[in-house]
Design a protein around this ligand. Structure first.
Ligand code: HSE
Length: 415
């Protein structure tokens, strides 16, 4: 029998407790021993819950209990999660976390402590909710050289963008719904500003390169500037807008970014909607593979935690070599990377066609009814060149006292 503790009895922690209770026999068969939940650490009491008699408020009880060898961290945030996890690993306990902020910020150090102590630090649930992507990378694809990972990695923003696309729903209304469904972060800014996706693509990039990635080096844009008007144009084009985290290895360089991107129906991630996440992996022998499933929510995420618990129990005395080392991965400047750009411009095509041609070059023009603007889709162009041209367009408009560019969205479309 192995004794476990859960730190943080929120959405995911309570899901883990529920699965451990309901699936006790099946888990015992997979782990080759029973996993018994001894403690639940939380500031609150849960008198009506099945774990009421196991709730403790003092971390030291877990730290000091030598019987407890498996610790689940589902508190979220950096502190006290970091101090508690570090103390548990240092005390020779396996730690399983769903906390991407923790893994992105302190993963290198925590993985190293786990190696030194011959225990495991597993974090499958930190990326893609219930989708087995971390284990896929370190186990199933271990013979592959990964060249690119692109993913819809945040359920909340995908839920919001899907509802805006399909129902014309307002941003605030859908965000509230995502919060009620337990998808959103405690502070939903982390979702909508792309910070959550940024941590997740940082973790995947570190898994891909085997080196430490500083998430602060990753260019990150969220979805707060995406409007219903963008989706009206997207519909005309047969496209949609998704928040993508991308990491590409080109030669010796690694290009990574998080941004809303317009993609067409032929893109494998186009069909990933609602709270679902999708992760596209390009590798040298397998080619393109895609991993799809529930990216957030109580039981899907708890399922990934339980899988890690079982793997830790199976490897009670061994450190499974996963993750990355202490060498730092430099993130290359995206300014040379190429894509198309979707640009909305105030005024009419008739007034501005010549200026657009002179500045943005050859474009596809789009017009909607009942709006005082139009949109264009550029050819593939590098970021530096596009920025230069967009500034030129805007300054010509300013000289005439007219409004210029209203919106810019990167587009991964065929020219
Ligand atoms: N807030 C996150 C999301 C939870 O919406 O994807 C899962 O990491």
């Amino acid at each position: 029998m192995m004794y476990a503790a859960i730190m943080g009895y929120g959405t995911i922690g309570s899901g883990v407790a529920e699965i451990l209770e309901n699936e006790r026999d099946r888990i015992a068969r997979s782990a080759a021993q029973e996993i018994y939940l001894k403690y639940v650490l939380d500031l609150r009491e849960f008198p009506d819950s099945p774990v009421a008699d196991r709730v403790v408020h003092d971390f030291k009880i877990i730290e000091a209990d030598e019987q407890v060898k498996l610790v689940v961290e589902t508190m979220g945030g950096l502190e006290p999660a970091y101090s508690f996890v570090k103390a548990c690993l240092s005390a020779g306990k396996h730690v399983i976390t769903s906390n991407k902020a923790l893994v992105a910020a302190h993963g290198t150090e925590l993985l190293q402590i786990a190696r030194d102590m011959d225990v495991n630090f597993f974090f499958e649930a930190s990326v893609g909710g219930g989708i087995p992507i971390i284990r896929t990378l370190y186990r199933c694809l271990m013979g592959e050289k990964i060249q690119e990972i692109t993913g819809i990695l945040n359920g909340t923003t995908n839920f919001i963008l899907t509802k805006m696309d399909r129902e014309g729903a307002s941003f605030d209304e859908v965000l509230r719904e995502a919060q009620e469904l337990g998808y959103a972060e405690r502070n939903p800014e982390a979702d909508v500003e792309g910070y959550d996706t940024c941590r997740k693509i940082a973790i995947l990039t570190a898994m891909m390169t085997g080196k430490e990635v500083n998430y602060e080096d990753i260019h990150t844009e969220g979805i707060t500037k995406i409007t219903d008007v963008d989706f009206r144009y997207a519909k005309e084009l047969g496209t949609s807008v998704k928040l993508l985290g991308t990491s590409r290895i080109v030669g010796e360089k690694v290009y990574t970014k998080v941004a809303p991107v317009m993609i067409g129906k032929e893109h494998p991630l186009y069909a990933v909607s609602g709270v679902y996440n999708g992760i596209l992996v390009k590798s040298d022998m397998l080619g393109t593979s895609m991993y799809y499933g529930s990216g957030a929510g109580k039981l899907p995420t708890a399922s990934a935690v339980v899988a890690d618990l079982i793997e830790a129990a199976q490897n009670e005395k061994t450190n499974v070599p996963i993750g990355w080392g202490t060498e730092k991965q430099e993130i290359a400047d995206n300014k040379t990377s190429e894509c198309c750009y979707f640009v909305r411009i105030a005024g009419t095509v008739k007034e501005k066609a010549e200026l657009v041609q002179e500045t943005l070059g050859e474009v596809r023009t789009l017009a909607l009814e009942n709006v005082d603007e139009f949109a264009v889709l550029t050819k593939k162009i590098c970021e530096t060149e596009f920025t230069k041209r967009a500034i030129a367009l805007d300054s010509e408009c300013q000289k005439k006292g007219e409004d210029g560019i209203r919106q810019i969205i990167r587009a991964e479309l065929e020219d």
